[in-house]
Design a protein around this ligand. Structure first.
Ligand code: HEM
Length: 466
């Protein structure tokens, strides 16, 4: 008999999971907030079930009687003695709320329109989208998480039987923590999930961590300026993206295009090139602190690995890319000292997890992707237009961001999008940082997604299923 059910354990380099005592003393309604938002289920294997409601009345009965009682809260997930065998969270799209007869306006235009109507902001077309995401017929998503993958399928078939024909699963995605030493690394090989905002009054901030009012992430919490129905307090908008990663192609590009660097081998130059695209080495060590050599001890130390802001003594932040390029992924999506005085409201809590198999020997040998893999990207925020959508549109896709530099920074090579056109960026060659480098291909390809609202648990039975 297992002493407890799932084991949410800390991964090297990532902020530690808030303790049960810390969660218990929080001023936020931690029994009502779904666990993935505050605790993160991405440290477990997951199954995402995207569904359409066929029979609202029958679905509501099951939602109230069978689902609401088992939705895992933040409090429940933070405590080993209350963690379930399989954790379940649920979120609804605008069309899902409408199907349930919920007419209250959640006052989030991107959510109401659906992600398929946000293509211009995202800089993409639906050419590479999973068909199920094209349109607005996905009504919701169930997130299942467990450290035992076989239980995910069992729970999914139990749900299938429970719901009967009242819903149809129109798309599903299985995501897993990568094996062995790669646990916590995304598919290109970099540790993911290091830098997250700390919520005032909930997290104990780590050095360098951005601190925001809870209302930046949690609807209706302190300093959420938007008028919302009272029942939505404690919820959060979930931006889901299925992002395919062309790993062999990315690796080949690194090797073929790594800038020259005296004294470094080709493999070292390729690693440096990739680290400059991300802003961190694969170990998680930030290149702002370790510009030329990886420092795995730094990467694994949450007290140091996020404690930087791109400023350096005797250095000019408008022109110095000797540490971190202006276009590095982490600098594009969180500019730190590049934007002085800005309120840190453009931030998200990320709970993404890799999906798909490890790269096969054949794929490595042929430098060609033949199996679908990538990142099941999950971002929580209280306003999509200030969170995910803003980071993608106004920063990653914007060649002039960060502003006030001696050269236009160019695209975020990892996620910047230009409707499949060739992208150009600067700063990747440490010895020639103003030189433009042309990126002929997207290594991260959008398979689409949807915007959801992850409701407070209390509202599931009392409002959504009423
Ligand atoms: C497959 C696609 C992606 C990959 C491979 C990727 C990879 C990474 C990695 C390796 C880090 C550094 C470690 C960390 O701090 O967690 C990071 C940070 C981050 N990423 Fe991504 N990412 C992807 C998509 C996105 C998207 C779509 C967004 C939002 C539009 C995003 C927003 C962020 C943010 C906000 C950070 C933290 C930056 C900081 O505070 O320093 N990422 N990502």
């Amino acid at each position: 008999m297992r002493a407890h059910d799932i084991t949410l354990s800390d991964l090297a380099g990532l902020p530690p999971i808030p303790s049960a005592a810390q969660v218990a003393s929080a001023t936020l309604p931690v029994d009502d907030i779904q666990g993935d938002i505050l605790i993160g289920m991405h440290k477990l294997n997951q199954l995402f079930l995207f569904f359409t409601i066929n029979d609202p009345a029958t679905f509501k009965t099951h939602l109230a009687n069978d689902i609401a009682p088992i939705v895992a809260s933040a409090a429940q997930l933070s405590n080993v003695s209350t963690q379930p065998l399989v954790a379940l969270n649920i979120a609804f799209s605008q069309t899902g709320l409408t199907a349930l007869g919920v007419t209250d306006n959640l006052n989030d235009a991107a959510f109401s329109a659906g992600q398929v109507n946000d293509l211009t902001n995202l800089g993409e077309t639906t050419d590479t989208w999973v068909p199920a995401f094209i349109g607005t017929s996905i009504h919701g998503v169930i997130l299942l998480a467990s450290d035992d993958s076989s239980l995910l399928e069992q729970q999914a078939s139990f749900l299938d039987t429970t719901f009967g024909g009242s819903v149809t699963t129109v798309h599903q995605l299985e995501a897993t923590v990568r094996p062995g030493a790669e646990a916590g690394h995304e598919k290109f090989g970099f540790v993911d999930g290091i830098s997250q905002p700390a919520l005032n009054g909930f997290h104990d901030p780590l050095p360098g961590q951005i601190v925001v009012d809870p209302g930046v992430i949690i609807v209706g919490a302190t300093n959420d300026p938007i008028a919302r129905p009272a029942w939505a307090t404690g919820g959060s908008f979930l931006a889901f993206r299925q992002l395919q990663q062309l790993v062999p192609e990315f690796n080949k590009f690194m090797v073929d295009n790594a800038p020259p660097f005296e004294g470094k081998t080709l493999a070292q130059r390729a690693n440096l090139f990739g680290a400059r695209m991300v802003g961190r080495w694969k170990s998680g060590a930030p290149i702002d602190l370790a510009p030329l050599e990886d420092d795995p001890v730094l990467g694994a130390d949450p007290m140091r690995n996020n404690n930087f802001d791109f400023t350096h003594p005797d250095s000019d932040i408008t022109s110095d890319q000797s540490h971190c390029p202006f276009s590095a992924h982490i600098r594009k999506v969180r500019p730190r000292a590049d934007l002085t005085g800005a309120a840190p409201t453009n931030t998200i809590l990320r709970s993404g997890i890799p999906f798909g198999p490890e790269v096969s020997d054949d794929e490595t040998a042929s430098n060609t992707t033949t199996q679908l893999r990538g990142l099941a990207f999950v971002a929580y925020q209280a306003q999509i237009a200030k969170g995910f959508q803003f980071l993608q549109r106004a920063w990653s896709n914007n060649v002039n961001f960060p502003p006030r530099k001696n050269v236009a920074p160019g695209f975020d090579v990892i996620i910047g999008q230009a409707k499949n056109a060739t992208r150009s960026t600067v700063g990747l060659d440490v010895n020639n940082p103003t030189a433009a480098i042309s990126i002929p291909q997207q290594f991260v390809v959008s398979n689409g997604g949807e915007y959801f609202f992850s409701p407070p648990i209390s509202a599931i039975a009392s409002v959504l299923a009423a």
